[in-house]
Write a protein that binds this ligand. Structure first.
Ligand code: GDP
Ligand code: MG
Length: 429
């Protein structure tokens, strides 16, 4: 059966949001994924802007490169069949609103040897009149918080309305990083159906010129919004995309065949996808400069969903607190993993069992290593939270220690039994 996009976050009719935690955990904690860094590409913007349609080009590139392991110099040929993946729709009815994730994860190694898992996120229901303002702000906030690249999809041009939308994050940047660096990574305006290539050419060069024009606006309100965007994102880009043709735009029988799409659109898509997805351009997800692994990523999503779960959009302080909590929780998990890994080597996989003193020594050495790892994490927020998780870590290490003692006793017993049996066998012989 063809894989289908998985709804990981859903907005409910009563304005609350629901996280499909189990499905997400099943993906993120798979053995070959949990320890990888993550690159998370999200697309957001008004309904019926061709977001899902565009994501399917990203999906096609990733599938050919990482699942079929083919050369991606020529990845946009009609012979590979029509576009598919995230469902895109003609007509004006929208599907459920929330955040969808592609269930297939693409694994790659960067030129820096870092192992990475690539995730694609689609958002639905934002910015249209059926969704309340609160809902769209939430989906926008959530998808920006959890992605390393946020593509902001707009039709024809960037309007002041779009800049206003991004302002819902105002103040968060300063809170999170105390002005050291921007809290978010890459923000890319993707302008669809760009109609003035003689003014600014298609692609990233025309896009940069367009951004420059907006950034140098003399309108004080826009100036303020630009300062806000610049303080929020490490990098702001823009890409101008041509019209895809009448069939994509207006035919209700269009099935995704590449033959029906204008060539200039395909050329631009190819440039866009390469800029975004070739390994040297991939942006790894970081929070306050720390690279997240898939397992940590799970922590962050859960924390953010918790605070956005109900009622009004939370204050920036609340988002900040959730970030700090997730940061420490993820560090605790990694630290505990180090303890278990070392104890496994020393106890579980050791050829002989240890006596009480030896075991205690091993435990102490590994506990020190673990605490050392935790104390070296980047300091963030209130020191009380650091201490809170340090205490929790020490407790969990002690619980694990007990488990290893039981394990060690069991091994000792088994080894003695085997020894006895062998001695008996020797006596009989
Ligand atoms: P979404 O709601 O933003 O995810 O939009 P969809 O991807 O579902 O696309 C909505 C409709 O727009 C579909 O009928 C697509 O064929 C069409 N479409 C896709 N890309 C473009 C584009 O770049 N320009 C235009 N005019 N239509 C597009
Ligand atoms: Mg869609």
């Amino acid at each position: 059966m063809e894989p289908q996009a998985l709804q990981i976050i859903e907005t409910q009719p009563d304005d609350t949001i629901l996280l499909n935690e189990e499905a997400l955990r099943n993906i993120l904690t798979q053995d070959e994924i949990r320890d990888r860094y993550v690159a998370v590409i999200s697309i957001t913007g008004a309904f019926r802007g061709g977001k899902s349609f565009l994501l399917n080009f990203l999906l096609r590139y990733l599938k050919i490169k990482y699942l079929e392991k083919r050369n991606v110099t020529d990845w946009l040929t009609p012979e590979d069949g029509p576009l598919k993946g995230f469902s895109w729709a003609a007509g004006s009815k929208r599907h459920t609103s929330g955040i969808m994730m592609w269930p297939q994860v693409f694994l790659t190694t960067l030129p820096t040897e870092e192992k990475v898992a690539i995730f694609l996120l689609d958002t639905q229901g934002s910015f249209d009149n059926q969704t309340t303002m609160d809902d769209c702000a939430k989906i926008f906030a959530l998808s920006t918080l959890i992605s390393s690249v946020q593509i902001y999809n707009v039709m024809r041009t960037i309007r002041q309305y779009d800049l206003t939308h991004i302002q819902c994050f105002g103040g968060f940047g300063n809170l999170l990083t105390k002005g050291e660096s921007a809290p978010f990574q890459n923000f890319t305006f993707l302008v669809r159906d760009w109609a003035c290539p003689y003014e600014h050419p298609y692609g990233d060069i025309g896009g940069a010129a367009m951004l420059e024009q907006i950034f140098s606006s003399k309108n004080p309100e826009i100036q303020e919004q630009v300062i806000n965007i610049k303080s929020l994102f490490n990098e702001t880009n823009c890409f101008l995309m041509p019209y895809p043709g009448r069939t994509v735009d207006a035919s209700n029988t269009f099935n995704g065949s590449l033959d029906d799409i204008d060539e200039s659109f395909l050329d631009s898509v190819s440039d866009f996808v390469t800029l975004l997805l070739s390994p040297e351009n991939l942006v790894l997800k970081t929070v306050n400069g720390v690279k997240l692994k898939a397992e940590d990523f799970m922590c962050y999503i859960t924390e953010y969903c918790n605070i956005l779960k109900d009622g009004d959009l939370p204050k920036m302080e609340t988002i900040f607190k959730a970030t700090i909590e997730a940061h420490h929780k993820a560090a605790l998990m990694q630290a505990l993993k180090i303890y278990k890994k070392n104890m496994d080597v020393d106890v579980k996989y050791s050829p002989r069992s240890s006596n009480e003193t030896e075991l205690f020594k091993k435990h102490t050495t590994n506990k020190i290593k673990t605490i050392d790892y935790y104390t070296k994490i980047k300091k963030m927020g209130d020191p009380h939270i650091f201490d809170k998780y340090l205490i929790r870590l020490k407790n969990e290490v002690e619980t694990e220690h007990k488990r290893y003692r039981v394990l060690n006793d069991e091994r000792k017993r088994k080894l003695e039994e085997t020894k006895k049996r062998m001695e008996e066998a020797q006596r009989m012989a």
